[in-house]
Ligand binder design. Structure first.
Ligand SMILES: [Ca+2]
Length: 217
């Protein structure tokens, strides 16, 4: 006669099976998600994320705001020196800088954001062609375009100078910035001699050392 187990004998075995099934599900689900999730290349192919263009990867996507100041004599800056789009241009421009004017400011956006990595993350270039007067600008960053964190001063004399450019490098690790920086604001902070010909910071570029990459899928 076949031996049958009593209901009270089956209960612990059922519990063990349920427990094993649960553990299996917890282990298998993340594994399946990882295996079935599309790779970054696949997301690019489907058009779900924008592939960084090698030629534009360090250049801002667009100018968000430009408020130009005047020169030390209170005169308007000539139009040909008032083209903020030089900082988003892939092609060389003539002139290749934009005069901010005393107290003027420029805001650019990096749509995919700038991430903090080893060393320099953001660089601002001033183009003064060896002029004597000190020109400087405050550089600020923001994740949302509203809350700003000051990175420091860019000048025409304290960065790395290769005439006509002076490049000032900034490290996002130096400030408590948003984890993803999308906006960079450059505000002229020059203190010109009264009635001089000084006209503030001559910005020629804002560069990101690395853009944010999507999280690994
Ligand atoms: Ca850094």
């Amino acid at each position: 006669m076949a031996k049958t187990s009593k209901p009270e004998d089956r209960a612990p075995r059922t519990k063990s099976l349920v427990l094993a099934a649960l553990v299996g599900v917890f282990l298998l689900v993340p594994l399946l998600v990882m295996l079935l999730s599309p790779s970054y290349d696949e997301l690019v192919r489907r058009g779900l994320v924008e592939a960084p263009s090698p030629s534009r990867e360090n250049i801002p996507g667009r100018v968000i705001a430009f408020r130009q100041g005047v020169d030390a004599k209170g005169r308007a800056i000539p139009k040909r020196l008032s083209r903020p789009d030089v900082v988003v241009s892939e092609k060389p421009r003539d002139p290749s800088f934009c005069v901010l004017g005393i107290g003027g400011e420029l805001v650019v956006e990096f749509p995919s954001g700038i991430s903090n990595g080893p060393g320099t993350d953001v660089s601002v270039t001033e183009q003064s062609w060896g002029r004597d007067s000190l020109e400087r600008a405050q550089v600020l960053v923001s994740g949302d375009g509203t809350q700003w964190v000051r990175l420091g001063l860019a000048t025409n004399s304290t960065g790395t100078t290769t005439a006509p450019d002076t490049v000032t490098d900034f490290d996002l690790a130096s400030v408590n910035a948003s984890s993803v920086v999308r906006f960079v604001k450059v505000v002229d902070a020059s203190v010109p001699k009264p009635k001089s010909l000084e006209d503030g910071f001559d910005i020629s570029s804002v560069r990101a050392s690395r853009l944010v990459e999507p999280l690994a899928q």
